[in-house]
Design a protein around this ligand. Structure first.
Ligand code: 3PG
Length: 212
């Protein structure tokens, strides 16, 4: 899949809702209920980070939840890309971008949101054809003010910022013309998940879905 096609599909996913939950799943038994709760609240696109042993199996389970679009985050190696695709991920997210990751996503037909945090990184990805990128780590790299500034010289790139975003500052990002959505973990708090409080997750998801 070409970078342009990857970006077209990534944009479709980013436009489904203002927020993409960034999920760290330790307990596979929670995966189905978590996805169901988030989708019920109005957040269909879900990023499962490949940071836990349960992540790939969680993607397999969550991919079956009606209405959900499950992707794999924290893609660091070509093997991650291959495994994510095999588990049923429909998109991928990487904190940065390397040629090996980009080549693997092309080879395995996985639409990628590649990460960038500087003007040069954004330009290198744009040269390759990636017009939709992740801005990471967003708050630590200049936040909404950076994205507003970069939109002047490089308006043709749109972003999904993640890292340090919450209900408090999400609107600052979503108000910008070069932002498709934001990513964040705040809609799936560890405490609520630990006590199986899926109603709370749905409430947080609905609050996030109403941001725009
Ligand atoms: C991450 O990779 O952990 C995401 O950027 C989420 O960051 P957050 O926990 O600050 O929302």
């Amino acid at each position: 899949m070409t970078p342009a096609e990857q970006s077209r599909r990534a944009a479709e996913i980013c436009r489904l809702a203002p927020v993409v939950p960034v999920l760290v799943i330790d307990d596979l038994a929670q995966a189905r209920a978590l996805a169901t709760a988030l989708v019920a609240g109005g957040l269909p696109a879900l990023e499962v980070t490949l940071r836990t042993a349960a992540a790939l199996d969680a993607i397999r389970v969550m991919a079956e939840v009606p209405g959900g679009r499950v992707g794999a985050g924290t893609l660091l190696t070509p093997a991650d890309v291959k495994a994510a695709k095999a588990a049923g991920a429909t998109f991928g997210v990487s904190p940065g971008a390397t040629d090996r990751i980009l080549d693997a996503c092309a080879e395995y037909d996985l639409p990628l949101l590649p990460g960038a945090a500087t003007a040069s990184e954004i330009m290198v990805l744009l040269e390759k054809g990636y017009t939709v990128q992740k801005f990471f780590p967003a708050e630590q790299s200049g936040g909404a003010a950076f994205l507003k500034s970069i939109g002047s010289p490089i308006p043709q790139v749109s972003f999904c910022p993640t890292g340090g975003i919450s209900l408090k500052n999400a609107r600052d990002y979503l108000a910008l013309p070069n932002i498709l959505c934001v990513g964040g973990s705040w809609v799936a708090p560890k405490e609520a998940m630990a006590r199986g409080d899926w109603a709370e997750v749905t409430r947080l998801a609905a609050e996030a879905a109403a941001l725009r």
